[in-house]
Design a protein around this ligand. Structure first.
Ligand code: GLY
Length: 583
């Protein structure tokens, strides 16, 4: 067996970034609530439409829209409006989102980039102290400094304008009723509030909502958020522009600039914000096209690189329990993350070899690095084909496991994959007067702007969008969608999505089994194995292959729908609170 040939080599990693990432992961509130049960369950089956998302109330709102003949874009607006209320820690009007759309009529694929932007007054030194050293992580996150221009409201509106047919205002009905009439706080929300009391107390409006009279809200409490209801009423009546000018916008800026750690976001940033439609980025895997969000997300490129590097290896024959499968997947991921750390950022600001990074010839040559028997002792960025000098330094960005994913298929053959976020659990901890939390997305930039004098691609720049790992994905075969999938989870999103695709396509698992299957994720050298699961049986074999291995909670929130000639088959992640529903 391969793991009889041992190498005791220590893996080479980027020590500062890895240490910082591990430290920050350990204290992120969204990471702290993995459910113990990993029951595989069975997928939900349907023939006309389906929606899978992170909360049953949100899924129900989307299902009502789809049942009434709405499109996937209509349903997304209803789902996202409810998620911003019942799962406020993960996504909402104060954050950003990426959406991948397959159009049932034109049979074309496109994407919407609703990522937050850095304020025009931001500089590459935004997260540095007077000596040029990076700020402590929480010093940067909590308060106004980390808040980027929200993109989710504008994205919801653009998706509806392009692909919706339902009356816009009607899509907020469920969310308004729940905000004004009250909803039941979920166990996950209550647990996250309990674990984050100190930071939630840092801002008065946030504290009075989540910690009324100083006591954290409890599971089962009925919560009302009339301010959020009023914001949705205004959005329904006047459109998303109410978030970008007028009273609600003024409230956002006053909150950011009046925070204990004030930020530099201004009304001008809100006024000039635009969603960008961009071509999907696709990679080839097992004669399928795996398509998703290109820059400023690293999602489609890194998922695509991992799969492209594995394409010539027979994972189906090796099987899901074979350490050799996980050696290949783990080292393919490390190679992809090395390119990600060097090259990937907002390509509107930084020349990026987007095509070269998923060029089959480049990946096929780089895949030869996987031909050995043991963990690669060292991993560094490759040289993808590009007609521009590539002179970037490796970065040190942190991305933490928050965020929320929505997958929808409607009766018209449209397919929607959208991941939305306010970054860290509860974002900047600043709640705007409009009843929504503001993001801390700017901490997805590299705090350092240079390394040894060489610029870092993902450094802060005015108007730039921070690099993301969000990987809303649609897989196509012969031009037809066969799978829609995505997840929260910070930079581990990439591993969760790649694993789910491999488990479904190579190991023949249905979508629910592919989602529920224990996670093993390697980004920078250390192998993370999902604690309390059968994957712990791979700790020793992977250690024997030369990896440093650790068990930990791996709180994904995968929502996926498989599309077959027989119908739709959906799954929701047992690690969070979501469901799939269809008819
Ligand atoms: N903030 C999480 C991400 O964009 O990947």
């Amino acid at each position: 067996m391969r793991f009889a040939f041992l190498l005791s080599t220590c893996l080479t990693v980027t020590p500062l970034s890895l240490l910082a990432q591990e430290a920050a992961d350990a204290i992120d509130p969204e990471a702290a609530t993995a459910q113990a049960s990993k029951d595989a369950g069975t997928p939900v089956e349907a023939s006309n439409w389906m929606v899978a998302a992170a909360n049953p109330l949100a899924v129900q709102a989307g299902a009502d829209v789809l049942r009434d003949g709405g499109t996937a874009a209509d349903a997304m607006v209803a789902v996202q409006a409810v998620l911003g209320l019942v799962e406020p820690q993960s996504s909402g009007l104060g954050g950003g989102a990426f959406l991948v759309w397959y159009d049932g009529e034109s049979r074309e694929l496109t994407t919407l980039d609703g990522r937050e932007t850095a304020p025009l007054a931001a500089t590459p030194q935004l997260f540095q102290d007077d000596t040029g050293e990076p700020l402590g992580f929480w010093d940067a996150v909590v308060g106004g400094l980390s808040v980027g221009t929200p993109g989710t409201p504008a994205l919801m509106e653009m998706a509806h304008q392009k692909w919706g047919t339902a009356d816009w205002a009607s899509l907020f009905k469920d969310a308004i009723e729940l905000a004004e009439g009250g909803f039941t706080a979920s166990p996950r929300l209550a647990a996250l509030v309990a674990g984050d009391q100190e930071r939630l107390s840092s801002s008065g409006r946030t504290a009075s909502y989540f910690l009324p009279e100083g006591t954290p809200i409890q599971e089962g409490n009925i919560l009302k958020n009339p301010a959020y209801g009023a914001t949705l009423r205004a959005m329904g009546a006047e459109g998303a522009k109410v978030m970008y000018e007028g009273t609600i916008a003024d409230g956002i800026i006053e909150t950011v600039q009046g925070a204990a750690t004030p930020g530099v976001l201004s009304l001008q940033d809100l006024a000039i914000y635009r969603v960008k439609e961009r071509p999907a980025v696709c990679a080839t895997y097992r004669e399928h096209d795996v398509c998703g969000m290109g820059p400023p997300s690293s999602g489609a490129l890194t998922v695509g690189q991992i799969l492209g590097l594995l394409d010539s290896y027979d994972l189906a024959a090796l099987g899901a329990e074979n350490p050799e499968s996980w050696r290949l997947i783990g080292d393919a991921s490390r190679l992809a993350f090395a390119d990600r750390g060097r090259y990937m950022a907002d390509s509107d600001f930084v020349p990026m070899p987007t095509k070269g990074l998923v060029d089959p010839a480049y990946l096929s040559e780089r895949a030869q690095l996987l031909a050995g028997d043991d963990a690669l002792p060292e991993v560094s960025a490759g040289n993808p084909p590009f007609d521009h000098a590539l002179l970037w330094a490796d970065d040190e960005s942190l991305e933490l496991p928050s965020t929320s994913h929505i997958s929808i298929v409607d009766q018209f053959g449209n397919v929607l994959s959208m991941t939305a976020t306010i970054e860290n659990g509860f974002g900047s901890r600043l709640m705007a007067p409009g009843g929504f939390l503001l993001n801390n997305e700017l901490t997805d930039f590299s705090f350092r702007s240079h390394s040894d004098g060489v610029p870092i691609a993902n450094r802060v720049e005015p108007g730039k969008r921070p690099r993301s790992s969000m990987s809303p994905t649609i897989v196509l075969k012969d031009g037809k969608p066969v799978l829609v999938v995505g997840s929260p989870g910070g930079s581990r999103i990439i591993g969760y999505v790649a694993k789910t695709i491999i488990a479904h396509m190579d190991w023949g698992m249905d979508v629910q089994a592919a989602i529920s299957m224990p996670h093993l994720v390697n980004r920078f050298g250390k192998y993370d194995v999902e604690e309390g699961t059968s994957a712990e049986g791979l700790i020793q074999p992977l250690t024997d292959l030369g990896y440093e291995v650790g068990a930990r909670a791996l709180t994904s929130g995968l929502h996926a729908i498989a599309i077959t000639p027989d119908g739709l088959s959906g799954g929701a992640d047992p690690r969070r609170e979501g469901i799939a529903l269809g008819e």
